[in-house]
Design a protein around this ligand. Structure first.
Ligand code: UDP
Length: 327
């Protein structure tokens, strides 16, 4: 029997590639399935890369069988909130329908563990200051809804089978591999720290603040920024948790502390040692004013301990990558 491997869909993307690297460093066998629509083959620095689609049942079935897959980590998705508002069916097709196909293959092949990349966007505008895992889910954009529908399919499949899962709800992910081997090279990026780093590195002329009239202390949106290395570690710990018999669970991935857009820009300016060209503009469709994690459960359930819980480190590693990008 072939030794067991982990199937990572979207493993050539920003977050997936950091997880693949850490899985490799922890001694796991990995098969990456990525259609390279937004990912980079150079980002896969461990395991085998198969170029194809996670919604293709024939291909997925073959990989599950040939590589004796026990665990699937599912990253492949579209992730741009404003694009999801403009093109909702693209998001339901790629994120929800393809996840359904993938889950059907997992059920047919007796996959035991599933780690799913979900998002804080499932909460929409939470009532309290922070979103707890039990806070009502009321997404305000199709991206969040497309991911929440996948969470529900996973929950229902797990109830009807022996599959167990960890759903990880990511808050705002930034930063890069401190050794600068891999990083975020997404084309036409829209994420704040990435865009600000591109401006600092001279790849973009300016940056817009989307809304200065939010009900927050400085009028700009507040988010909980988590370093990609800590997030990747949460995946490795989720795998260990499931393999050791842990029950299905849903966990927020954040640090439990929010920064405004202006605070983030100031941090990038400090790390870069230069002022950025910044314009103030209107709010962007689908953006909540504040989104911060209650992040105790992940520490308790997985024994996760963040190592990069510091805005300066986050922006500094983003900037280092942006200035020295390998792809
Ligand atoms: N934002 C901004 N300018 C940009 C990109 C983002 O002002 O060029 C703001 C956005 O409105 C939100 C925060 O930065 O308040 C984080 O947005 P991002 O797109 O990074 O992540 P999201 O929270 O939408 O997933």
């Amino acid at each position: 029997m072939q030794e067991r491997s982990i199937l990572v869909t979207g493993g050539a993307g920003y977050i997936g590639s950091h997880v693949v690297r850490q899985l490799g460093e922890s001694g796991h066998r990995v098969v990456v399935l990525d259609n390279l629509s937004t990912g980079f083959k150079e980002a896969v620095i461990h395991g085998v890369l198969v170029v194809g689609d996670s919604g293709d049942p024939l291909l997925v079935s073959r990989l599950l069988r040939e590589h004796n897959i026990e665990t699937v980590m599912h990253f492949a998705a579209h992730t741009v909130v404003p694009e999801s508002v403009a093109l909702p069916l693209k998001y339901y097709g790629n994120n929800t329908c393809k996840t359904r196909n993938l889950l059907e293959c997992c059920a047919e092949h007796g996959v035991e563990h599933f780690v799913f990349s979900s998002t804080a966007a499932v909460y929409g505008i939470p009532e309290g200051a922070c979103a707890h895992e039990d806070t009502a889910t009321r997404p305000i954009n199709p991206y969040g809804t497309s991911k929440l529908m996948s969470e529900w399919m996973l929950r229902d499949l797990a109830a009807a089978s022996t599959l167990r899962f960890v759903v990880l709800r990511y808050f705002n992910v930034a930063g890069s591999d401190p050794s600068c081997r891999i990083g975020q090279s997404t084309r036409n990026a829209t994420l704040l720290i990435k865009v600000a780093a591109e401006v600092a590195a001279g790849r973009r002329a300016s940056l817009a603040i989307f809304g200065t009239d939010f009900p927050t202390p400085d009028g700009t949106g507040i988010r909980d920024y988590i370093h990609v290395e800590d997030l990747a570690d949460a995946h490795v710990k989720s795998l260990e948790y499931l393999v050791s018999g842990g029950e299905s669970t849903t966990l927020n991935c954040g640090y439990g502390r929010g920064y405004s857009v202006r605070e983030v820009i100031a941090a990038v300016e400090k790390a870069a040692g230069q002022r950025l060209e910044v314009r103030e503009g209107p709010r962007r469709a689908g953006d909540p004013p504040v989104l911060v994690a209650e992040a105790d459960r992940i520490r308790r359930v997985l024994g996760w301990q963040p190592r990069y819980d510091d805005l300066h480190t986050i922006v500094e590693t983003s900037l280092r990558w942006e200035r020295n990008r390998a792809y």
